[in-house]
Write a new protein. Structure first.
Length: 263
Protein backbone atom coordinates (compact mmCIF):
# COMPACT_ATOMS: atom_id res chain seq x y z
CA UNK A 1 0.00 0.00 0.00
CA UNK A 2 2.81 2.39 0.94
CA UNK A 3 4.56 1.61 -2.34
CA UNK A 4 1.35 2.33 -4.26
CA UNK A 5 0.96 5.69 -2.52
CA UNK A 6 4.59 6.50 -3.21
CA UNK A 7 4.12 5.75 -6.92
CA UNK A 8 1.03 8.00 -7.04
CA UNK A 9 2.92 10.84 -5.35
CA UNK A 10 5.88 10.51 -7.73
CA UNK A 11 3.61 10.46 -10.80
CA UNK A 12 1.73 13.50 -9.53
CA UNK A 13 4.94 15.43 -8.88
CA UNK A 14 6.31 14.55 -12.30
CA UNK A 15 3.04 15.58 -13.98
CA UNK A 16 3.01 18.95 -12.20
CA UNK A 17 6.66 19.49 -13.04
CA UNK A 18 5.99 18.69 -16.68
CA UNK A 19 3.05 21.11 -16.87
CA UNK A 20 4.97 23.88 -15.14
CA UNK A 21 7.97 23.26 -17.35
CA UNK A 22 5.82 23.40 -20.48
CA UNK A 23 4.24 26.67 -19.37
CA UNK A 24 7.62 28.14 -18.47
CA UNK A 25 8.96 27.32 -21.94
CA UNK A 26 6.44 29.65 -23.60
CA UNK A 27 7.90 33.17 -23.52
CA UNK A 28 5.87 36.18 -22.43
CA UNK A 29 4.48 38.40 -25.15
CA UNK A 30 6.96 40.99 -26.39
CA UNK A 31 4.96 42.50 -29.26
CA UNK A 32 2.70 45.40 -28.29
CA UNK A 33 2.61 47.28 -31.60
CA UNK A 34 3.99 47.08 -35.14
CA UNK A 35 7.02 48.99 -33.86
CA UNK A 36 8.05 45.85 -31.96
CA UNK A 37 8.13 43.58 -35.03
CA UNK A 38 11.80 44.11 -35.99
CA UNK A 39 13.85 41.19 -34.68
CA UNK A 40 10.79 39.08 -33.87
CA UNK A 41 9.59 35.78 -35.34
CA UNK A 42 6.41 36.41 -37.32
CA UNK A 43 3.95 33.69 -38.28
CA UNK A 44 1.97 34.01 -41.52
CA UNK A 45 0.00 31.90 -43.96
CA UNK A 46 2.07 31.15 -47.03
CA UNK A 47 1.20 33.21 -50.11
CA UNK A 48 -0.97 35.78 -48.32
CA UNK A 49 -0.55 39.54 -48.13
CA UNK A 50 0.29 39.00 -44.46
CA UNK A 51 3.33 37.08 -45.69
CA UNK A 52 4.20 39.94 -48.06
CA UNK A 53 3.96 42.52 -45.26
CA UNK A 54 6.00 40.35 -42.90
CA UNK A 55 8.76 39.88 -45.50
CA UNK A 56 9.45 43.63 -45.31
CA UNK A 57 10.66 43.10 -41.75
CA UNK A 58 13.27 40.49 -42.66
CA UNK A 59 15.80 43.19 -43.48
CA UNK A 60 15.18 44.52 -39.97
CA UNK A 61 16.20 41.21 -38.41
CA UNK A 62 12.79 39.53 -38.22
CA UNK A 63 12.31 35.87 -39.06
CA UNK A 64 9.18 34.95 -41.03
CA UNK A 65 7.67 31.49 -40.55
CA UNK A 66 5.31 30.50 -43.38
CA UNK A 67 2.52 28.00 -42.70
CA UNK A 68 0.23 26.27 -45.16
CA UNK A 69 -2.79 26.87 -42.94
CA UNK A 70 -3.64 29.72 -40.57
CA UNK A 71 -4.54 27.15 -37.91
CA UNK A 72 -0.91 25.98 -37.94
CA UNK A 73 0.34 29.56 -37.48
CA UNK A 74 -2.03 30.05 -34.55
CA UNK A 75 -0.83 26.83 -32.90
CA UNK A 76 2.78 27.95 -33.36
CA UNK A 77 1.94 31.22 -31.57
CA UNK A 78 0.29 29.37 -28.69
CA UNK A 79 3.33 27.09 -28.37
CA UNK A 80 5.80 29.99 -28.35
CA UNK A 81 7.36 29.09 -31.71
CA UNK A 82 6.51 32.54 -33.14
CA UNK A 83 6.04 35.90 -31.43
CA UNK A 84 2.96 36.97 -33.37
CA UNK A 85 0.75 36.20 -36.35
CA UNK A 86 -0.37 38.67 -39.02
CA UNK A 87 -3.89 37.88 -40.24
CA UNK A 88 -7.13 39.43 -41.49
CA UNK A 89 -9.25 40.84 -38.66
CA UNK A 90 -12.35 38.68 -39.28
CA UNK A 91 -10.69 35.24 -38.98
CA UNK A 92 -8.40 36.68 -36.30
CA UNK A 93 -11.44 37.52 -34.19
CA UNK A 94 -12.67 33.93 -34.56
CA UNK A 95 -9.35 32.44 -33.46
CA UNK A 96 -9.09 34.77 -30.46
CA UNK A 97 -12.65 33.95 -29.40
CA UNK A 98 -11.67 30.27 -29.45
CA UNK A 99 -8.34 30.80 -27.65
CA UNK A 100 -8.47 32.96 -24.53
CA UNK A 101 -4.67 32.92 -24.29
CA UNK A 102 -4.46 35.05 -27.45
CA UNK A 103 -5.38 38.66 -28.16
CA UNK A 104 -5.43 41.14 -31.05
CA UNK A 105 -3.43 44.33 -30.84
CA UNK A 106 -5.75 47.36 -30.98
CA UNK A 107 -4.10 49.21 -33.87
CA UNK A 108 -4.83 47.94 -37.42
CA UNK A 109 -1.72 46.74 -39.22
CA UNK A 110 -2.94 47.37 -42.79
CA UNK A 111 -6.21 47.98 -44.67
CA UNK A 112 -6.79 46.13 -47.95
CA UNK A 113 -9.46 45.38 -50.55
CA UNK A 114 -10.76 41.93 -51.50
CA UNK A 115 -11.58 40.92 -55.07
CA UNK A 116 -12.10 37.80 -57.18
CA UNK A 117 -9.24 36.64 -59.41
CA UNK A 118 -9.93 35.52 -62.97
CA UNK A 119 -7.71 34.30 -65.80
CA UNK A 120 -6.31 37.02 -68.06
CA UNK A 121 -7.65 34.96 -70.95
CA UNK A 122 -11.23 35.32 -69.71
CA UNK A 123 -12.03 39.02 -69.88
CA UNK A 124 -15.67 38.21 -70.68
CA UNK A 125 -16.08 36.40 -67.36
CA UNK A 126 -14.43 39.26 -65.46
CA UNK A 127 -16.85 41.72 -67.05
CA UNK A 128 -19.82 39.46 -66.27
CA UNK A 129 -18.71 39.12 -62.63
CA UNK A 130 -18.32 42.89 -62.33
CA UNK A 131 -21.85 43.34 -63.67
CA UNK A 132 -23.18 40.83 -61.15
CA UNK A 133 -21.26 42.47 -58.30
CA UNK A 134 -22.72 45.86 -59.19
CA UNK A 135 -26.19 44.33 -59.08
CA UNK A 136 -25.54 42.65 -55.73
CA UNK A 137 -24.12 45.82 -54.19
CA UNK A 138 -27.02 47.97 -55.37
CA UNK A 139 -29.62 45.49 -54.15
CA UNK A 140 -27.96 45.16 -50.75
CA UNK A 141 -27.32 41.44 -51.12
CA UNK A 142 -23.58 41.71 -50.38
CA UNK A 143 -24.29 43.72 -47.21
CA UNK A 144 -26.83 41.03 -46.23
CA UNK A 145 -24.29 38.24 -46.80
CA UNK A 146 -21.59 39.99 -44.76
CA UNK A 147 -24.08 40.73 -41.96
CA UNK A 148 -24.96 37.03 -41.83
CA UNK A 149 -21.38 36.25 -40.76
CA UNK A 150 -20.09 39.39 -39.02
CA UNK A 151 -21.89 41.46 -36.37
CA UNK A 152 -24.78 41.15 -33.94
CA UNK A 153 -27.14 39.80 -36.63
CA UNK A 154 -24.86 36.91 -37.62
CA UNK A 155 -26.75 33.81 -38.68
CA UNK A 156 -30.02 35.62 -39.28
CA UNK A 157 -29.85 36.39 -43.01
CA UNK A 158 -28.28 33.53 -45.00
CA UNK A 159 -28.28 33.84 -48.76
CA UNK A 160 -30.57 31.20 -50.26
CA UNK A 161 -30.06 30.26 -53.90
CA UNK A 162 -33.24 29.78 -55.91
CA UNK A 163 -31.62 29.35 -59.32
CA UNK A 164 -32.18 26.08 -61.17
CA UNK A 165 -31.08 27.32 -64.60
CA UNK A 166 -27.47 26.34 -65.25
CA UNK A 167 -27.48 27.21 -68.92
CA UNK A 168 -24.41 29.38 -68.37
CA UNK A 169 -22.33 26.34 -67.43
CA UNK A 170 -20.20 25.73 -64.33
CA UNK A 171 -18.46 28.37 -62.22
CA UNK A 172 -15.54 26.54 -60.62
CA UNK A 173 -14.29 28.44 -57.57
CA UNK A 174 -10.90 27.75 -55.97
CA UNK A 175 -10.57 28.68 -52.31
CA UNK A 176 -8.73 27.82 -49.09
CA UNK A 177 -11.29 26.88 -46.47
CA UNK A 178 -9.58 27.79 -43.20
CA UNK A 179 -10.31 31.52 -43.45
CA UNK A 180 -13.44 31.85 -41.32
CA UNK A 181 -15.82 33.65 -41.82
CA UNK A 182 -14.91 34.07 -45.52
CA UNK A 183 -14.56 30.35 -46.26
CA UNK A 184 -14.58 27.41 -43.88
CA UNK A 185 -16.10 23.97 -43.37
CA UNK A 186 -19.48 23.49 -41.76
CA UNK A 187 -19.51 19.71 -41.55
CA UNK A 188 -18.51 18.54 -45.03
CA UNK A 189 -19.72 21.71 -46.74
CA UNK A 190 -17.63 24.80 -47.49
CA UNK A 191 -19.51 27.94 -46.46
CA UNK A 192 -18.72 31.58 -45.76
CA UNK A 193 -18.93 35.11 -47.12
CA UNK A 194 -16.94 34.41 -50.29
CA UNK A 195 -18.91 31.25 -51.00
CA UNK A 196 -22.27 33.01 -50.68
CA UNK A 197 -21.14 35.93 -52.82
CA UNK A 198 -19.87 33.49 -55.46
CA UNK A 199 -23.20 31.64 -55.29
CA UNK A 200 -25.12 34.90 -55.77
CA UNK A 201 -22.92 35.74 -58.77
CA UNK A 202 -23.44 32.25 -60.22
CA UNK A 203 -27.21 32.65 -59.83
CA UNK A 204 -27.19 35.91 -61.80
CA UNK A 205 -25.00 34.36 -64.51
CA UNK A 206 -27.15 31.19 -64.56
CA UNK A 207 -24.19 29.02 -63.64
CA UNK A 208 -23.74 26.12 -61.25
CA UNK A 209 -21.21 26.91 -58.53
CA UNK A 210 -18.61 24.25 -57.67
CA UNK A 211 -16.22 25.03 -54.82
CA UNK A 212 -12.83 23.34 -54.40
CA UNK A 213 -10.63 23.63 -51.32
CA UNK A 214 -6.87 23.85 -51.89
CA UNK A 215 -3.73 25.45 -50.48
CA UNK A 216 -3.89 29.24 -50.71
CA UNK A 217 -0.80 29.52 -52.89
CA UNK A 218 -2.34 27.00 -55.33
CA UNK A 219 -5.37 29.18 -56.08
CA UNK A 220 -3.80 31.51 -58.66
CA UNK A 221 -2.02 28.64 -60.47
CA UNK A 222 -5.38 26.82 -60.62
CA UNK A 223 -7.01 29.87 -62.21
CA UNK A 224 -4.12 30.45 -64.63
CA UNK A 225 -4.14 26.79 -65.75
CA UNK A 226 -7.92 26.75 -66.21
CA UNK A 227 -8.49 24.21 -63.45
CA UNK A 228 -10.70 26.85 -61.81
CA UNK A 229 -12.63 29.75 -63.34
CA UNK A 230 -12.23 32.04 -60.34
CA UNK A 231 -10.31 32.31 -57.09
CA UNK A 232 -12.00 33.77 -54.01
CA UNK A 233 -10.37 33.50 -50.61
CA UNK A 234 -10.20 36.92 -49.02
CA UNK A 235 -7.73 37.70 -51.79
CA UNK A 236 -6.25 41.17 -52.13
CA UNK A 237 -5.03 42.85 -55.28
CA UNK A 238 -1.24 43.13 -55.40
CA UNK A 239 1.16 44.13 -58.16
CA UNK A 240 2.65 40.64 -58.27
CA UNK A 241 -0.75 38.96 -58.56
CA UNK A 242 -1.78 41.38 -61.32
CA UNK A 243 1.06 40.03 -63.45
CA UNK A 244 -0.58 36.60 -63.29
CA UNK A 245 -4.36 37.17 -63.18
CA UNK A 246 -7.03 39.84 -63.55
CA UNK A 247 -9.25 40.90 -60.67
CA UNK A 248 -12.90 41.80 -60.39
CA UNK A 249 -14.10 45.00 -58.80
CA UNK A 250 -13.64 45.13 -55.03
CA UNK A 251 -16.43 43.48 -53.05
CA UNK A 252 -15.16 43.87 -49.47
CA UNK A 253 -12.54 45.66 -47.40
CA UNK A 254 -10.44 43.84 -44.85
CA UNK A 255 -8.00 44.83 -42.13
CA UNK A 256 -4.79 43.02 -41.32
CA UNK A 257 -4.11 42.77 -37.59
CA UNK A 258 -1.45 41.36 -35.30
CA UNK A 259 -2.33 38.46 -32.98
CA UNK A 260 -0.13 37.91 -29.91
CA UNK A 261 -0.19 35.87 -26.73
CA UNK A 262 -2.34 37.54 -24.08
CA UNK A 263 0.44 37.31 -21.48
Amino acid sequence: MKLKKLVIVVVTVLTVAFVLGACASIPANAVFSADDLPGKTIGVQQGTTGAIYAADYEELGSQVENYTKTTDAIQALKQGKVDCVILDSAPAAVYVAQNTDLTILPDPFAVEDYAICVSKDNAALTAAINGALANLKESGVIDQIVANYIGDAAGQSPYVSSNADFSGGTLHMATEATFRPYEYYDGNKIVGIDVEIAQAIADILKMELVVEDMAFDSIIPAVVSGKANIGAAGMTITEDRLTQVDFSDVYATGTQVIIVRAK
